[in-house]
Design a protein around this ligand. Sequence first.
Ligand code: ADP
Ligand code: ZN
Length: 815
Amino acid sequence: MPLLADVAVPVPLSQAFTYEVPAALAGEVRPGARVLCEFHRRKLLGVVLAVSERSAAIDPSKIKPLAALVDARPALPAELLAFLQELAAYYFAPIGEVLRLALPAIEREQVRALKAQGELDGVLDLGRAKQVGGRKVAYASATDVVEEPGTLRGQAAAVLALLRANGEQPVARIEERFGNARSALKKLAERNLVTLDEREPPRDPFFRRAEERDVPPELNAAQAEAAARIDAALAALPAPAGGGEHPASTHQEPRPVGQEARRIAQEPRPSAFLLFGVTGSGKTEVYLRAIKSCLERGRGALVMVPEIALTPQLVARFRARFGDELAVLHSGLSDADRHAMWASLHVGKVRVAIGARSALFAPVPDLGLILVDEEHDGSFKQEEGVRYHARDMALLRAHRAGAVCVLGSATPSIESVALVRRGKLVELRLPDRAHREASLPEVSLVDLRRFGAGPSGDPLISLPLHRALEKTLAAKEQAILFLNRRGFAPSVVCGSCGTLTTCDACSVALTYHRGRRRDARPPSPAGAPAPAAPLEERPEGGRLRCHYCDYAGPLPDRCSSCGARNLLLEGLGTERLEATIAGSFPEARVARLDRDVAGKDRSQAILARMREGKIDILVGTQMVTKGHDLPNVTLVGVVNADAALGLPDFRAAERGFQLLVQVAGRAGRRDRPGRVLIQTRNPEHPAIAFAAAHDVPGFLEREIRDREEVGYPPATRLALLRIDAVDEGVGRGAAAKLAAHARTCPEGLARRVEVLGPSAAPIARLRGRYRFRVLLRARERGPLRGALAALAGLIRDGLDRNARVIIDVDPVAML
Ligand code: ADP
Ligand code: ZN
């Protein structure tokens, strides 16, 4: 019988293709390795899913041999490969596209080897795979050898002390401190006190500064209890398979998803936790202990955070505890650095990876622990390409790998709370702030219907907020103002006919951005009443921008509808808020943090200035709400709490609540008490009322009940078919066909799947395409999968080619 390989190729199809393993490569082609294979007369880079000796299910003469092996050592370890296959099945995503999420770049040496075999002639797809490799850097570390007393002096003694205190260091960094480090290191190496090692370096902003090792604090009772429970779960894991080696090639049949789901459902899961700790309760310390325990048991750990660029502080704390033996994965990495990180994990040199969503696919060896910090955060859901949810998939990967999973949050997602109730997650609570003197801030609501504009003249800067800012400044403390709208003015309206200026390509209002200006003067002098500046008073150089497509253009000087020269800038965005605050508090140092100012390293720089006390008032969007630990912030102002609550999305209340609690959590994290002002026109809205009372469990309880009543997750399962087309009729037609097909498939007929729609999406047009949707809803996942499988066939070959359809399983963005 021939030796056959199932290979996934990068085409949008869900199945794998069969190739014959040539005798010369037998024993070398293993699952997880990349190969070159012929596919419709092109040569493609594929990934081996399985290898086995069997008779082919198709005509043997049609089976082609593999052209070449790219990876001598499989790029994807068995554990990761199996997980990716399940992920693809769960989301109805093409396996080739899913594998791409995890594949590393191709090393130059590999390319050279293939060229030497003549295998790269006519290869089309290798071009996309980036090539890296080459640069190496020297590292020094202290050995266990003890010197004879009194034999070391000067720099040699100092360098050795540094290495002993801080662990391995790049030689270049030691040279920054000690001019003559090289000769000192040479001397130390000759005496076996130090070893030198060359490898590819992580040349990354997160590693630029040396981090002093910290001294772990003594845990409080709640932290100790949580750490002990996680430790016990880690202790129960079997011993690791060993050294990050990949198991030998065995044919692994991917397990069917439905059956598997039933098995999981029946299984108790003492190894998945929800760490529910109030803001500032010391969750990070629990993570650090869990990682330590995991490493001590010979296993690796994976840490996922929502936005790594916003969490340099968190990374610094990890480095202070674990040194540079940490792979930090983020979008700002160069290809070479990313590959260096990947490679050091892959060979087991580094055992801890930290990163955003995509870190889910890191090849952590002998995975023992996955931590998901701020698990409620929406950024864990990928909204393009393969639409996976990294938190859900972290639970799956951990479960499959036999690893422990810890989801942490001060405002757990409704989904995770539901998992606790169904016994799938064990809840661990940290009810109090960790710092002895810190307590949760006092929250007051400012009813905007009762309070008018304060001295600034803007109705969104009420008198109570103005006074609170004055007090904070007088006490030399810091304030954060949170506003969920970027730009200067969120809308431009004709003062004569009322027409709103909208994007040509999208059915949304354009935002006026004033852009960077040297002098941050207010648009209207303090005390002036008008919230909308007439055209003549507008500053020069501004642009209209669409927040949904790339459109940016000049502000027209007349209304496109009636022609009147009377366009008004309406509403308050962060740019205008910054300018207004700077004008009202001329003595204060005001800065802004939002996507417009936060370029590559800028957000870190702004947060660093805030921490150093060089900013008095920080104005910003969600970016200011994310887990920052800023000791001197005593006032948090939520400028307009209602902005997020009115969206046509069943998660609007949950998301609004999370934002409010998270931003409030930035205040009073140390000895000085914090204060939070929430401005709203809906003080009775549950999201606002519960947030003001710090009553997270109360909100969760109520929200779960509400979801049950209206039949939304977690009470039900959803899948959203997103349809769009340049032609409105084509889009509508495809949507109607899909909805009809869903209603008449067996699950639809049996009413085990409910079909809502077709309907126009809330944002009916985006980037020039008309958008429609069909929502599938079911009590159980099984029937939903059945219906989606039936639809997948129609999507593949039964629809107008000009309509694009995306299956979004467990959708998050509903707009
Ligand atoms: P969270 O992640 O829950 O918001 P952090 O981990 O940032 O909270 O902790 C808040 C602050 O409390 C940090 O400054 C941290 O150093 C400190 N902290 C954490 N645990 C302890 C402890 N056991 N004793 C003293 N301080 C602690
Ligand atoms: Zn647009």
